[in-house]
Design a protein around this ligand. Structure first.
Ligand SMILES: *Cc1c(COP(=O)(O)O)cnc(C)c1O
Length: 453
Protein backbone atom coordinates (compact mmCIF):
# COMPACT_ATOMS: atom_id res chain seq x y z
CA UNK A 1 0.00 0.00 0.00
CA UNK A 2 3.00 2.30 -0.29
CA UNK A 3 1.45 3.56 -3.52
CA UNK A 4 -1.67 4.82 -1.76
CA UNK A 5 0.51 6.58 0.81
CA UNK A 6 2.63 8.08 -1.95
CA UNK A 7 -0.47 9.39 -3.71
CA UNK A 8 -1.58 10.97 -0.46
CA UNK A 9 1.80 12.67 -0.25
CA UNK A 10 0.97 14.69 -3.38
CA UNK A 11 -0.29 18.21 -2.64
CA UNK A 12 -3.79 19.30 -3.65
CA UNK A 13 -4.53 21.86 -6.37
CA UNK A 14 -5.53 24.27 -3.58
CA UNK A 15 -2.21 23.84 -1.81
CA UNK A 16 -0.35 24.56 -5.07
CA UNK A 17 -2.57 27.59 -5.66
CA UNK A 18 -1.53 29.02 -2.26
CA UNK A 19 2.11 29.30 -3.44
CA UNK A 20 3.65 32.64 -4.35
CA UNK A 21 4.45 31.40 -7.88
CA UNK A 22 0.86 30.40 -8.54
CA UNK A 23 -0.28 33.87 -7.47
CA UNK A 24 2.10 35.38 -10.03
CA UNK A 25 0.86 33.07 -12.77
CA UNK A 26 -2.73 33.94 -12.01
CA UNK A 27 -1.73 37.58 -12.65
CA UNK A 28 0.05 36.70 -15.89
CA UNK A 29 -2.02 33.88 -17.34
CA UNK A 30 -5.37 34.18 -15.58
CA UNK A 31 -6.86 31.87 -12.96
CA UNK A 32 -8.65 29.24 -15.13
CA UNK A 33 -5.57 28.43 -17.22
CA UNK A 34 -3.33 28.36 -14.13
CA UNK A 35 -5.70 25.93 -12.42
CA UNK A 36 -5.76 23.76 -15.57
CA UNK A 37 -1.97 23.65 -15.65
CA UNK A 38 -1.70 22.72 -11.96
CA UNK A 39 -4.33 19.98 -12.42
CA UNK A 40 -2.51 18.60 -15.44
CA UNK A 41 0.85 18.63 -13.65
CA UNK A 42 -0.73 16.83 -10.70
CA UNK A 43 -2.40 14.25 -12.95
CA UNK A 44 0.95 13.51 -14.61
CA UNK A 45 2.61 13.15 -11.20
CA UNK A 46 -0.17 10.78 -10.04
CA UNK A 47 0.25 8.62 -13.13
CA UNK A 48 4.00 8.60 -12.51
CA UNK A 49 3.61 7.47 -8.92
CA UNK A 50 1.21 4.71 -10.00
CA UNK A 51 3.83 3.39 -12.38
CA UNK A 52 6.46 3.38 -9.65
CA UNK A 53 8.17 6.75 -10.00
CA UNK A 54 8.94 8.77 -6.83
CA UNK A 55 6.65 11.55 -5.58
CA UNK A 56 7.90 14.81 -7.16
CA UNK A 57 8.90 17.72 -4.93
CA UNK A 58 6.41 20.56 -4.47
CA UNK A 59 8.64 22.94 -6.50
CA UNK A 60 9.03 20.42 -9.31
CA UNK A 61 5.27 20.17 -9.62
CA UNK A 62 5.07 23.95 -9.83
CA UNK A 63 7.80 24.04 -12.47
CA UNK A 64 6.01 21.44 -14.54
CA UNK A 65 2.81 23.48 -14.38
CA UNK A 66 4.71 26.61 -15.43
CA UNK A 67 6.21 24.76 -18.40
CA UNK A 68 2.73 23.75 -19.48
CA UNK A 69 1.52 27.37 -19.30
CA UNK A 70 4.42 28.50 -21.47
CA UNK A 71 3.93 25.70 -24.00
CA UNK A 72 0.18 26.33 -24.30
CA UNK A 73 0.64 30.03 -24.95
CA UNK A 74 3.76 29.97 -27.12
CA UNK A 75 2.76 31.35 -30.55
CA UNK A 76 3.04 28.79 -33.33
CA UNK A 77 3.19 31.52 -35.98
CA UNK A 78 6.61 33.00 -35.23
CA UNK A 79 8.97 35.29 -37.10
CA UNK A 80 12.01 33.48 -38.50
CA UNK A 81 15.28 34.49 -40.13
CA UNK A 82 15.14 33.26 -43.71
CA UNK A 83 18.72 32.46 -44.71
CA UNK A 84 17.57 30.09 -47.46
CA UNK A 85 18.01 32.64 -50.24
CA UNK A 86 14.49 31.85 -51.53
CA UNK A 87 12.99 35.34 -51.79
CA UNK A 88 9.31 34.27 -52.00
CA UNK A 89 9.35 31.21 -49.73
CA UNK A 90 5.76 29.97 -49.51
CA UNK A 91 6.46 27.99 -46.32
CA UNK A 92 7.98 31.08 -44.71
CA UNK A 93 5.10 33.44 -45.45
CA UNK A 94 6.14 34.70 -48.91
CA UNK A 95 6.61 38.50 -48.99
CA UNK A 96 7.60 40.52 -45.89
CA UNK A 97 5.75 43.84 -45.96
CA UNK A 98 7.07 47.38 -46.39
CA UNK A 99 7.14 49.78 -43.45
CA UNK A 100 4.26 51.75 -44.92
CA UNK A 101 2.16 48.59 -45.30
CA UNK A 102 2.84 47.66 -41.67
CA UNK A 103 1.88 51.15 -40.52
CA UNK A 104 -1.32 50.95 -42.56
CA UNK A 105 -2.24 47.65 -40.88
CA UNK A 106 -1.55 49.11 -37.44
CA UNK A 107 -3.62 52.24 -38.12
CA UNK A 108 -6.53 50.37 -39.63
CA UNK A 109 -6.62 47.66 -36.99
CA UNK A 110 -6.37 49.87 -33.94
CA UNK A 111 -9.55 51.87 -34.54
CA UNK A 112 -12.85 51.76 -36.38
CA UNK A 113 -12.47 52.59 -40.05
CA UNK A 114 -14.24 53.26 -43.34
CA UNK A 115 -14.16 49.64 -44.52
CA UNK A 116 -17.73 49.84 -45.77
CA UNK A 117 -18.68 53.41 -44.96
CA UNK A 118 -19.10 56.37 -47.30
CA UNK A 119 -18.10 59.50 -45.37
CA UNK A 120 -19.70 61.88 -47.89
CA UNK A 121 -23.11 60.28 -47.90
CA UNK A 122 -22.94 59.13 -44.28
CA UNK A 123 -24.17 55.72 -45.40
CA UNK A 124 -23.02 52.26 -46.20
CA UNK A 125 -20.14 52.23 -48.68
CA UNK A 126 -18.36 49.54 -50.63
CA UNK A 127 -15.42 47.49 -49.38
CA UNK A 128 -14.36 46.84 -52.93
CA UNK A 129 -13.51 50.48 -53.67
CA UNK A 130 -10.43 50.61 -51.45
CA UNK A 131 -7.70 49.23 -53.67
CA UNK A 132 -9.67 49.57 -56.90
CA UNK A 133 -8.67 53.13 -57.80
CA UNK A 134 -4.98 52.38 -57.14
CA UNK A 135 -5.11 49.23 -59.24
CA UNK A 136 -6.87 50.84 -62.19
CA UNK A 137 -4.51 53.85 -62.13
CA UNK A 138 -1.47 51.57 -62.01
CA UNK A 139 -2.52 49.20 -64.74
CA UNK A 140 -4.96 51.15 -66.89
CA UNK A 141 -7.60 48.44 -66.35
CA UNK A 142 -11.25 49.55 -66.27
CA UNK A 143 -12.05 47.84 -62.95
CA UNK A 144 -10.52 45.76 -60.17
CA UNK A 145 -11.55 43.46 -57.34
CA UNK A 146 -9.47 42.13 -54.44
CA UNK A 147 -10.24 38.75 -52.85
CA UNK A 148 -8.59 36.45 -50.31
CA UNK A 149 -5.94 34.92 -52.58
CA UNK A 150 -5.31 34.18 -56.23
CA UNK A 151 -6.68 30.63 -56.03
CA UNK A 152 -9.96 32.22 -54.89
CA UNK A 153 -9.75 34.82 -57.68
CA UNK A 154 -9.50 32.12 -60.34
CA UNK A 155 -12.25 30.00 -58.76
CA UNK A 156 -14.51 33.03 -58.46
CA UNK A 157 -13.94 34.19 -62.04
CA UNK A 158 -14.70 30.71 -63.39
CA UNK A 159 -17.76 30.28 -61.15
CA UNK A 160 -19.21 33.66 -62.08
CA UNK A 161 -18.45 33.60 -65.79
CA UNK A 162 -18.34 29.97 -66.89
CA UNK A 163 -20.56 27.73 -64.76
CA UNK A 164 -21.79 24.73 -66.81
CA UNK A 165 -20.18 26.30 -69.89
CA UNK A 166 -17.10 25.46 -71.92
CA UNK A 167 -13.73 26.90 -70.89
CA UNK A 168 -10.94 26.42 -73.39
CA UNK A 169 -7.42 25.87 -72.05
CA UNK A 170 -4.24 24.44 -73.49
CA UNK A 171 -2.88 21.11 -72.21
CA UNK A 172 0.48 22.87 -71.77
CA UNK A 173 -1.14 24.81 -68.91
CA UNK A 174 -2.94 22.08 -66.96
CA UNK A 175 -0.46 22.40 -64.11
CA UNK A 176 -0.37 21.84 -60.38
CA UNK A 177 0.98 24.93 -58.70
CA UNK A 178 1.68 23.44 -55.26
CA UNK A 179 -0.36 23.36 -52.09
CA UNK A 180 -2.95 21.32 -53.99
CA UNK A 181 -3.91 24.00 -56.52
CA UNK A 182 -4.44 22.10 -59.76
CA UNK A 183 -5.86 24.06 -62.67
CA UNK A 184 -8.17 21.22 -63.87
CA UNK A 185 -9.51 20.63 -60.34
CA UNK A 186 -10.23 24.31 -59.74
CA UNK A 187 -12.09 24.35 -63.03
CA UNK A 188 -14.11 21.29 -62.02
CA UNK A 189 -14.90 22.90 -58.66
CA UNK A 190 -16.29 26.00 -60.37
CA UNK A 191 -18.68 23.93 -62.45
CA UNK A 192 -17.01 25.00 -65.69
CA UNK A 193 -16.57 22.42 -68.45
CA UNK A 194 -12.93 21.92 -69.29
CA UNK A 195 -12.12 21.83 -73.00
CA UNK A 196 -8.47 20.86 -73.48
CA UNK A 197 -6.66 21.84 -76.64
CA UNK A 198 -3.18 21.00 -77.98
CA UNK A 199 -0.77 18.50 -76.44
CA UNK A 200 1.46 18.50 -73.37
CA UNK A 201 4.29 20.25 -75.20
CA UNK A 202 2.69 21.98 -78.18
CA UNK A 203 -0.43 23.99 -78.87
CA UNK A 204 -1.27 25.93 -82.03
CA UNK A 205 -3.66 28.74 -82.82
CA UNK A 206 -5.59 26.29 -85.02
CA UNK A 207 -6.26 24.13 -81.93
CA UNK A 208 -7.97 27.07 -80.27
CA UNK A 209 -9.79 27.88 -83.49
CA UNK A 210 -11.30 24.39 -83.68
CA UNK A 211 -12.44 24.52 -80.05
CA UNK A 212 -13.94 27.98 -80.58
CA UNK A 213 -16.15 26.75 -83.40
CA UNK A 214 -18.65 25.85 -80.66
CA UNK A 215 -19.91 28.40 -78.10
CA UNK A 216 -17.62 28.92 -75.10
CA UNK A 217 -17.69 30.99 -71.90
CA UNK A 218 -14.01 31.91 -72.00
CA UNK A 219 -10.52 31.08 -73.11
CA UNK A 220 -8.31 30.66 -70.03
CA UNK A 221 -4.56 31.10 -70.01
CA UNK A 222 -2.74 29.86 -66.88
CA UNK A 223 0.86 30.77 -66.20
CA UNK A 224 2.77 27.48 -65.91
CA UNK A 225 4.26 28.90 -62.72
CA UNK A 226 6.82 26.59 -61.10
CA UNK A 227 7.14 24.45 -64.20
CA UNK A 228 8.74 24.89 -67.58
CA UNK A 229 8.40 22.91 -70.78
CA UNK A 230 11.60 22.85 -72.80
CA UNK A 231 12.61 21.23 -76.10
CA UNK A 232 10.08 20.70 -78.87
CA UNK A 233 7.49 23.22 -77.77
CA UNK A 234 5.07 25.67 -79.34
CA UNK A 235 2.59 28.13 -77.93
CA UNK A 236 0.95 31.03 -79.80
CA UNK A 237 1.45 34.52 -78.39
CA UNK A 238 -1.08 35.69 -75.81
CA UNK A 239 -2.22 38.48 -78.15
CA UNK A 240 -2.99 36.01 -80.94
CA UNK A 241 -5.13 33.79 -78.71
CA UNK A 242 -6.89 36.81 -77.21
CA UNK A 243 -7.64 38.22 -80.68
CA UNK A 244 -9.02 34.88 -81.81
CA UNK A 245 -11.27 34.65 -78.74
CA UNK A 246 -12.49 38.20 -79.33
CA UNK A 247 -13.40 37.32 -82.95
CA UNK A 248 -15.86 34.81 -81.50
CA UNK A 249 -17.03 37.25 -78.82
CA UNK A 250 -15.43 35.13 -76.08
CA UNK A 251 -13.53 36.77 -73.19
CA UNK A 252 -9.86 35.91 -72.65
CA UNK A 253 -8.75 35.43 -69.04
CA UNK A 254 -5.15 35.25 -67.91
CA UNK A 255 -4.16 33.67 -64.58
CA UNK A 256 -0.74 35.27 -64.27
CA UNK A 257 0.10 33.74 -60.89
CA UNK A 258 2.85 36.00 -59.67
CA UNK A 259 1.78 39.09 -61.49
CA UNK A 260 4.85 41.28 -61.59
CA UNK A 261 4.30 45.02 -61.96
CA UNK A 262 8.03 45.66 -62.47
CA UNK A 263 10.22 44.08 -65.14
CA UNK A 264 12.22 41.28 -63.49
CA UNK A 265 14.83 41.62 -66.26
CA UNK A 266 16.02 44.79 -64.51
CA UNK A 267 17.26 42.53 -61.70
CA UNK A 268 19.29 40.16 -63.85
CA UNK A 269 16.45 37.64 -64.12
CA UNK A 270 14.67 36.64 -67.26
CA UNK A 271 11.53 38.53 -68.09
CA UNK A 272 8.42 37.50 -66.13
CA UNK A 273 5.25 38.57 -67.98
CA UNK A 274 3.84 41.68 -66.32
CA UNK A 275 0.25 42.55 -65.53
CA UNK A 276 0.45 45.55 -67.88
CA UNK A 277 1.67 43.35 -70.75
CA UNK A 278 -1.16 40.89 -70.25
CA UNK A 279 -3.71 43.71 -70.50
CA UNK A 280 -1.94 45.14 -73.54
CA UNK A 281 -2.08 41.70 -75.19
CA UNK A 282 -5.86 41.85 -74.93
CA UNK A 283 -6.70 39.98 -71.71
CA UNK A 284 -10.22 40.83 -70.60
CA UNK A 285 -9.37 39.78 -67.05
CA UNK A 286 -6.04 39.23 -65.33
CA UNK A 287 -5.73 37.36 -61.99
CA UNK A 288 -2.63 37.49 -59.80
CA UNK A 289 -1.41 37.15 -56.20
CA UNK A 290 -0.79 39.96 -53.73
CA UNK A 291 2.10 38.25 -51.95
CA UNK A 292 4.25 36.96 -54.79
CA UNK A 293 6.19 39.40 -56.97
CA UNK A 294 3.83 42.22 -55.97
CA UNK A 295 5.44 42.06 -52.53
CA UNK A 296 2.28 42.76 -50.53
CA UNK A 297 -0.14 40.85 -48.28
CA UNK A 298 -1.90 37.61 -49.21
CA UNK A 299 -4.55 38.61 -51.72
CA UNK A 300 -6.01 37.68 -55.06
CA UNK A 301 -6.38 40.54 -57.51
CA UNK A 302 -8.71 40.60 -60.49
CA UNK A 303 -8.41 43.45 -62.97
CA UNK A 304 -9.99 44.04 -66.36
CA UNK A 305 -13.29 44.79 -68.10
CA UNK A 306 -15.79 46.51 -65.85
CA UNK A 307 -18.75 44.42 -67.07
CA UNK A 308 -16.93 41.19 -66.14
CA UNK A 309 -15.76 42.54 -62.77
CA UNK A 310 -19.33 43.70 -62.02
CA UNK A 311 -20.66 40.23 -62.76
CA UNK A 312 -17.98 38.63 -60.57
CA UNK A 313 -18.73 41.01 -57.67
CA UNK A 314 -22.37 39.88 -57.69
CA UNK A 315 -21.59 36.15 -57.42
CA UNK A 316 -22.30 34.66 -53.94
CA UNK A 317 -18.75 33.27 -53.73
CA UNK A 318 -17.42 36.85 -53.85
CA UNK A 319 -18.73 37.36 -50.32
CA UNK A 320 -17.14 34.10 -49.15
CA UNK A 321 -13.68 34.98 -50.47
CA UNK A 322 -13.66 38.72 -49.81
CA UNK A 323 -10.49 40.45 -48.62
CA UNK A 324 -10.31 41.64 -45.01
CA UNK A 325 -9.58 45.20 -43.87
CA UNK A 326 -5.96 44.47 -42.90
CA UNK A 327 -5.25 43.01 -46.31
CA UNK A 328 -6.84 46.00 -48.05
CA UNK A 329 -4.85 48.42 -45.90
CA UNK A 330 -1.53 46.69 -46.58
CA UNK A 331 -2.27 46.16 -50.26
CA UNK A 332 -3.19 49.81 -50.79
CA UNK A 333 0.05 50.93 -49.13
CA UNK A 334 2.04 48.47 -51.26
CA UNK A 335 0.38 49.62 -54.49
CA UNK A 336 1.14 53.24 -53.56
CA UNK A 337 4.86 52.38 -53.67
CA UNK A 338 4.48 51.43 -57.33
CA UNK A 339 2.50 54.58 -58.14
CA UNK A 340 5.17 56.70 -56.44
CA UNK A 341 7.92 54.88 -58.35
CA UNK A 342 9.60 53.81 -55.11
CA UNK A 343 8.81 50.08 -55.21
CA UNK A 344 12.45 49.05 -55.58
CA UNK A 345 13.44 51.04 -52.53
CA UNK A 346 10.46 50.41 -50.25
CA UNK A 347 9.17 46.91 -51.01
CA UNK A 348 11.38 44.33 -49.27
CA UNK A 349 11.29 41.63 -51.97
CA UNK A 350 12.52 44.04 -54.66
CA UNK A 351 15.26 45.28 -52.32
CA UNK A 352 16.33 41.66 -51.77
CA UNK A 353 16.31 40.91 -55.50
CA UNK A 354 18.27 44.09 -56.25
CA UNK A 355 21.26 43.26 -54.01
CA UNK A 356 24.46 42.85 -56.01
CA UNK A 357 27.03 40.07 -55.43
CA UNK A 358 29.41 42.77 -54.13
CA UNK A 359 26.95 43.92 -51.52
CA UNK A 360 26.18 40.34 -50.52
CA UNK A 361 29.89 39.55 -50.32
CA UNK A 362 30.36 42.44 -47.89
CA UNK A 363 27.56 41.16 -45.66
CA UNK A 364 28.71 37.52 -45.64
CA UNK A 365 32.32 38.64 -44.98
CA UNK A 366 31.17 40.82 -42.10
CA UNK A 367 29.46 37.78 -40.54
CA UNK A 368 32.61 35.69 -40.90
CA UNK A 369 34.69 38.49 -39.35
CA UNK A 370 32.26 38.98 -36.45
CA UNK A 371 32.23 35.26 -35.69
CA UNK A 372 35.89 34.56 -36.37
CA UNK A 373 34.89 31.49 -38.36
CA UNK A 374 33.28 30.44 -41.61
CA UNK A 375 34.05 31.41 -45.18
CA UNK A 376 32.35 33.16 -48.07
CA UNK A 377 31.38 31.09 -51.11
CA UNK A 378 29.72 31.95 -54.41
CA UNK A 379 26.21 30.54 -54.72
CA UNK A 380 22.74 31.08 -56.09
CA UNK A 381 19.54 32.58 -54.69
CA UNK A 382 16.14 31.74 -56.13
CA UNK A 383 12.94 33.76 -56.53
CA UNK A 384 10.38 31.11 -55.49
CA UNK A 385 6.65 31.74 -55.22
CA UNK A 386 5.92 29.87 -58.41
CA UNK A 387 7.62 32.45 -60.58
CA UNK A 388 10.69 32.12 -62.78
CA UNK A 389 11.37 28.38 -62.36
CA UNK A 390 15.03 27.37 -62.65
CA UNK A 391 16.03 31.02 -62.46
CA UNK A 392 18.77 31.97 -60.06
CA UNK A 393 20.58 35.11 -59.01
CA UNK A 394 24.31 35.02 -58.22
CA UNK A 395 24.88 35.47 -54.50
CA UNK A 396 27.55 35.10 -51.82
CA UNK A 397 26.97 32.63 -49.02
CA UNK A 398 28.26 32.50 -45.49
CA UNK A 399 29.47 28.89 -45.25
CA UNK A 400 30.32 26.85 -42.16
CA UNK A 401 32.05 23.49 -42.23
CA UNK A 402 30.77 21.53 -39.22
CA UNK A 403 31.02 17.87 -38.31
CA UNK A 404 27.26 17.35 -38.20
CA UNK A 405 25.55 19.76 -40.58
CA UNK A 406 22.05 18.36 -39.97
CA UNK A 407 22.44 18.80 -36.22
CA UNK A 408 23.67 22.36 -36.79
CA UNK A 409 20.62 23.11 -38.94
CA UNK A 410 18.35 21.77 -36.18
CA UNK A 411 20.12 23.92 -33.58
CA UNK A 412 19.65 27.00 -35.76
CA UNK A 413 15.94 26.20 -36.00
CA UNK A 414 15.78 26.10 -32.18
CA UNK A 415 17.28 29.61 -31.89
CA UNK A 416 15.04 32.54 -31.02
CA UNK A 417 14.10 33.69 -33.59
CA UNK A 418 14.67 30.44 -35.50
CA UNK A 419 17.14 30.53 -38.39
CA UNK A 420 16.39 28.64 -41.62
CA UNK A 421 19.64 27.68 -43.37
CA UNK A 422 20.47 24.85 -45.77
CA UNK A 423 23.16 22.27 -46.51
CA UNK A 424 25.18 21.71 -49.66
CA UNK A 425 28.36 19.63 -49.96
CA UNK A 426 28.40 19.22 -46.16
CA UNK A 427 28.51 22.99 -45.65
CA UNK A 428 25.89 24.80 -43.61
CA UNK A 429 25.01 27.72 -45.90
CA UNK A 430 23.35 31.05 -45.14
CA UNK A 431 22.35 33.47 -47.88
CA UNK A 432 22.40 37.12 -46.76
CA UNK A 433 20.02 38.09 -49.61
CA UNK A 434 16.90 37.12 -47.64
CA UNK A 435 18.13 38.08 -44.17
CA UNK A 436 16.71 41.45 -43.10
CA UNK A 437 19.51 43.79 -41.97
CA UNK A 438 17.73 44.29 -38.63
CA UNK A 439 17.88 40.50 -38.05
CA UNK A 440 21.67 40.26 -38.41
CA UNK A 441 22.42 40.61 -34.70
CA UNK A 442 20.02 37.78 -33.83
CA UNK A 443 21.49 35.69 -36.62
CA UNK A 444 25.03 36.14 -35.31
CA UNK A 445 23.89 35.22 -31.81
CA UNK A 446 22.33 32.00 -33.14
CA UNK A 447 25.51 31.17 -35.07
CA UNK A 448 27.65 31.75 -31.96
CA UNK A 449 25.57 29.05 -30.27
CA UNK A 450 26.79 26.41 -32.72
CA UNK A 451 29.51 23.98 -31.59
CA UNK A 452 32.99 24.45 -33.13
CA UNK A 453 34.32 22.45 -36.08
C1 LIG B 1 0.45 30.90 -57.12
C2 LIG B 1 -0.53 30.73 -58.20
C3 LIG B 1 -1.90 30.63 -57.92
C4 LIG B 1 -2.42 30.66 -56.52
O1 LIG B 1 -2.23 31.91 -55.94
P1 LIG B 1 -2.39 32.10 -54.33
O2 LIG B 1 -2.32 33.57 -54.15
O3 LIG B 1 -1.26 31.34 -53.73
O4 LIG B 1 -3.71 31.53 -53.97
C5 LIG B 1 -2.77 30.49 -58.98
N1 LIG B 1 -2.32 30.44 -60.23
C6 LIG B 1 -1.00 30.53 -60.56
C7 LIG B 1 -0.58 30.46 -61.98
C8 LIG B 1 -0.06 30.68 -59.53
O5 LIG B 1 1.25 30.77 -59.83
Amino acid sequence: MTEMNDLRALPSVDQLLQSGQAAEWIDTYGRPLTVDALREALAAARAGVQSGRPVPAFDDLLNNAHNLLQIWLAPTLRPVINASGVVLHTNLGRAPLSRAALAAIQQTASAYNTLEYDLVRGARGSRSMHAEALLTRLTGAQAALVVNNNAAAVLLALSALAKRRRVIISRTQLVEIGGGFRVPEVMAQSGARLVEVGTTNRVHLADYETALSEPAAMVLHAHSSNFRIIGFTAEPALAEVAALAHCQGVPFIDDLGSGALLDTARFGLSHEPTVQESLAAGSDLVCFSGDKLLGGPQAGILIGRSDLIAKIKKHPLARAVRADKLCLAALSATLAHYLKDEAEREIPIWRFLAQTPDQLERRASAWAAALGRGEVLAGKSTVGGGSLPEETLPTRLFALKVRQPNAALALLRQADPPVIAYIENDYVLLDPRTVLPEQEEDLLRALRGLPGE
